[in-house]
Design a protein. Structure first.
Lengths: 287, 242
């Protein structure tokens, strides 16, 4: 029996949890109502990580976000890792479990990055098989996140939105919409992010991510954005988020800040800005 | 394009960029591929920097980063739980000529692996600090002790415990005494402690379920009181069975 699409994360801002913020979050969470943790950091047997997570889970809804399952991998899923995820979810009962449309492991080597996939029928079949397996082992629905990408595949035959929609329809998984990833990929791949978001099946979205990116230069003098999660959310991403929310897209919304992590008040302020956008959408719905 | 070609190229800077990877106009995109190469290298170097902070201090930041690149290309992680990454690092250091003159470095890497392992180990409730004092000596020697699951042992002939303390705490007070090390986690933060001669054998005996007396027989002359005081003080004795 799978959970409902929207699951149980509150319709409010969350933040990616960093251990250095533990005391501050417990003391003054501001508008933050839920936290997201990277599953792979909580797979030990005990110690401070699990003790902090236990304390946080008593006050906040928790989203478990996997970064290492390699759902798009050509090889079989790592069964031992899937069992670790199952054990973590059984212990924590998180409000949500999500992973990425990407691959990171090949032939036993874990490359620690979310590597891109060619959107073809063959990839679609493989990703669906893996998501079926994840949802069966975990006994719950998962959310699949759209990636940030830096290049394209000559062999691709499907658009990303069509690919994600097909995966969700076939497997019953929900989607995690990362608006920053949409913007980064749009600049890098030369598509219009607003069109992408209008086509995106918002009714399947259980969670939204917002994060910061950095600018670089690609080949042939074309701009290239890098998904760094190392700065504040950029203004065009806030605009796209607001447009999405206005389009019946208000969802539990996460601020991700994984590198050059700031002091808590800075992160809390970003969450406050997300809260304002969500509240504005609520007011529009009420009006 | 297969993922094995992509994976090989992403870990091998001199390998050609795989064909079929393109920019929005369908042109080859080597700089875009380099983003993935850079992400993989930078994130894994960062994981090793986080995992081996004292080794890094000992060889210097720039040297460590360069050495970490050589290591990660030969030994990428074998799974996505990076808290265990670097198990092959001590052996790599033993065989890496540029650090051949730093004989203690492999043991320092072993110690940092054990500290990480201890950090994530299971919790346990310790016995009271006076649990042993209440026992008559004969009963004490006949008892078996259950030790904390976060305890780790490192046999060593180098002063790695003193070097670790000097770098971790920034003080050079500890005498540079060589010897075996026990890692103990009183609450959440494991620390290395120097063991007296024979202490490692005694603790191994206790872990194997021997009585204190039998464990001491395996290493006669060990400062048993010193070992027990150390274990009790760091809340590493979980149960005393009579």
């Amino acid at each position: 029996m799978l959970d409902s699409h929207r699951q149980n994360l509150p319709l409010a801002p969350g933040v990616g949890y960093k251990p250095q913020h533990f005391a501050d979050i417990m003391d003054d969470p501001g508008p933050v109502r839920w936290l997201e943790v990277h599953a792979e950091n909580y797979m030990g047997a005990g110690g401070r990580p699990l003790a902090q997570l236990r304390a946080l889970a008593e006050r906040f809804a928790i989203s478990v976000h996997g970064v290492g399952l390699s759902i798009g991998g050509e090889g079989p899923l790592d069964a031992a890792h899937l069992e670790r995820l199952k054990a973590l979810c059984a212990w924590l009962h998180p409000a949500s479990f999500s992973e990425h449309l990407a691959w990171s492991t090949h032939d036993g080597a874990f490359l620690n990055d979310l590597l891109p996939l060619p959107y073809t029928q063959a990839t679609l079949g493989r990703v669906c098989d893996h998501i079926d397996q994840v949802q069966e082992v975990l006994g719950r629905q998962m959310l699949l996140e759209n990636p940030s990408t830096y290049l394209g595949f000559a062999e691709a035959t499907l658009e990303e939105v069509a690919f994600l929609t097909a995966v969700a329809r076939r497997t019953g998984c929900g989607l995690l919409l990362d608006v920053n990833n949409v913007f980064v990929s749009a600049v890098n791949q030369g598509f219009d992010p607003a069109t992408y978001l209008r086509q995106f099946p918002l009714e399947l979205v259980g969670e939204i991510h917002l994060g910061g990116h950095a600018g670089d230069e690609g080949d042939h003098g074309m701009p290239l954005l890098i998904d760094t999660h190392g700065t504040q959310v950029a203004d065009p991403v806030w605009d796209l988020f607001a447009q999405t929310v206005a389009q019946d897209g208000a969802r539990p919304t996460l601020i991700e800040w994984d590198n050059d992590v700031p002091d808590w008040p800075v992160l809390r302020a970003e969450a406050g800005r997300a809260a304002l956008v969500l509240a504005t959408a609520g007011a529009q719905v009420m009006a | 394009m297969s993922q094995s070609v992509f994976a090989h190229a992403v870990l091998t800077p001199e390998a050609p960029v795989p064909p079929g990877l393109v920019d929005p106009l369908g042109r080859p995109a080597p700089r875009r591929f380099d983003v993935y190469r850079n992400n993989v290298a930078v994130s894994l170097v960062a994981a090793l920097e986080e995992g081996f902070p004292v080794v890094r201090q000992l060889v210097g930041e720039a040297f460590f980063a360069a050495m970490a690149l050589v290591f990660l290309r030969a030994h990428p992680p074998q799974g996505p739980v990076l808290s265990g990454y670097g198990a092959a690092f001590p052996t790599f250091l033993e065989q890496f000529p540029p650090v051949a003159h730093l004989g203690y470095l492999p043991d320092m890497a072993r110690l940092e692996l054990l500290l990480r392992d201890s950090y994530h180990a299971a919790d346990a409730v310790p016995v009271a600090a006076d649990a042993l004092a209440a026992l008559p000596v004969a009963a004490l020697l006949a008892s078996r002790t259950l030790l904390a699951p976060s305890l780790r042992l490192l046999p060593s002939r180098w002063p790695v415990q003193a070097i670790w303390c000097a770098h971790h705490d920034g003080s050079a007070d500890a005498p540079m005494q060589a010897g075996d090390v026990v890692v103990l986690r009183a609450e959440f933060d494991p620390r290395p402690h120097l063991l007296p001669a024979g202490g490692l054998a005694v603790i191994k005996g206790l872990q194997a379920g021997l009585t204190l007396e039998a464990a001491l027989d395996a290493a006669p002359g060990t400062d048993l009181a010193g070992v027990l005081t150390l274990l009790l003080g760091a809340r590493a004795i979980v149960e005393v069975r009579r």
